[in-house]
Ligand binder design. Structure first.
Ligand SMILES: Nc1ncnc2c1ncn2[C@@H]1O[C@H](COP(=O)(O)OP(=O)(O)O)[C@@H](O)[C@H]1O
Ligand SMILES: [Mg+2]
Length: 359
């Protein structure tokens, strides 16, 4: 059977395939794309006319397992299905998808493969996002309770030490009361930091790129020769109504973590994008400014990955584990959210900030 037969088959099934919400790709025996449905066009963010004839390795670049599976399906004539697999698409976009690869039969011959692909990261993301937000609420509640329990006796302790200091004649003994007072102050400051800033955001119209440039300036104060810092900005992002200092702090904590993880060698990229019709914690936003911090370090330790936004969770012996908890709290105060995706060699922290909520 020839490619023409495959095209003839397509004429019959095309109206059905065109109406599906899952993406459908059809490849010929040489694994060149001969059909994709409108859902597939949307997924690839390209029109069909630019894509027909492309080899499978251009449509799914660098995905050797996936490309290998297509070959296997053709020789074995058995359908292969996978769930929640990471795939890279044309344009190096990465998605998580459920897929099925089936042989296209023409009589007893195989003359191509049909790939059906349903993107699932949206669902996974929404579940993960709910978990992040509820983590955040639980953590803050716990901290508020704990902070209260600590701060009250602490001010009593500090007051008593001050009284005692006045009664003491010896300078040597006063040294001790001074230690009590300064340690009480330190503890109080620590508790305040753990709570995150309790002032409400002071909103002004700000350009997010100006914020990112400021973060770059701040981290470059301690230059580390082996780390390259690059920017990939989307100039179409409008100005946002934000508390500039808060968002600088939120991004700074993330970039500092990336620098720390790279241990002097690697790349950090700050990327911005605009996203439309996006849900954050059940609230739908028409426009979202997306700020991504990419690094090619070793990745977040797997056992920490679902806890890193909790306070006091750190992968370092000398870490406070507060950086990300504070960043998350600063961003949620703006109606946004921070997410993390990480594997060895590629970590992305994504800050999502609603545009119109503040406009
Ligand atoms: N870019 C990154 N790469 C690898 N691990 C990271 C990265 N960012 C954060 N982490 C992990 O998350 C932990 C928590 O970070 P954070 O809340 O800032 O606390 P701290 O920096 O004090 O440890 C870090 O200790 C580290 O193990
Ligand atoms: Mg940190």
């Amino acid at each position: 059977m020839t490619e023409r037969a495959l095209q003839t088959n397509l004429v019959d099934t095309r109206p059905i395939l065109d109406g599906l919400v899952t993406s459908v790709f059809m490849f010929d025996r040489e694994l060149h794309l001969i059909y994709l449905n409108p859902a597939g066009e949307m997924l690839l963010e390209h029109g069909v006319s630019n894509l027909l004839g492309l080899p499978a390795e251009d449509v799914f670049p660098g995905d050797d397992d996936f490309l290998g599976a297509m070959g296997t399906v053709m020789s074995s004539m058995h359908t292969q299905t996978e769930r929640e697999k990471n795939l890279s698409l044309l344009g190096r976009r990465e998605i998580t998808a459920d897929y099925a690869i089936s042989p296209c039969m023409a009589g007893v011959d195989v003359n191509g493969v049909l790939v059906e692909l349903a993107q699932v990261d949206r669902q996974l993301r929404i579940t993960r996002e709910r978990r992040l937000l509820s983590q955040q609420v639980t953590a803050r509640r716990l901290l508020r309770g704990l902070a209260h329990e600590i701060k009250n006796p602490l001010s009593g302790l500090r007051g008593a030490a001050q009284l005692l200091e006045r009664e003491l004649d010896s300078e040597d003994l006063r040294e001790y009361t001074r230690i009590i007072i300064s340690e009480a102050d330190r503890l109080r400051a620590l508790v305040d930091r753990m709570l995150g800033p309790n002032s409400r955001p002071r909103l002004t119209l700000v350009n997010v790129h100006e914020i990112l440039d400021r973060v770059c300036q701040l981290v470059l104060i301690e230059p580390s020769a082996g780390v390259a810092l690059s920017k990939d900005y989307d100039p179409s992002i409008p100005e946002l109504r934000l508390d500039r200092d808060m968002i600088i702090q939120a991004v700074l904590n993330i970039v500092q973590n990336a620098l720390h993880a790279l241990e002097g060698h690697g790349e950090i990229q700050l990327r911005t994008r605009i996203a439309r019709n996006y849900n954050i914690g059940g609230v739908r936003h028409r426009l979202i400014a997306v700020i991504e911090v990419h690094d090619n370090g070793p990745g977040v330790p797997e056992n920490l990955l679902d806890r890193i936004f909790y306070p006091m969770v750190s992968g370092h012996a000398d870490g406070t584990g507060l950086g990300l908890a504070i960043s998350q709290s600063l961003v949620t105060q703006h109606g946004g959210l921070i997410e993390c995706q990480s594997r060895p060699g590629h970590t992305i922290f994504t800050l999502l900030l609603p545009v119109e909520a503040n406009a």
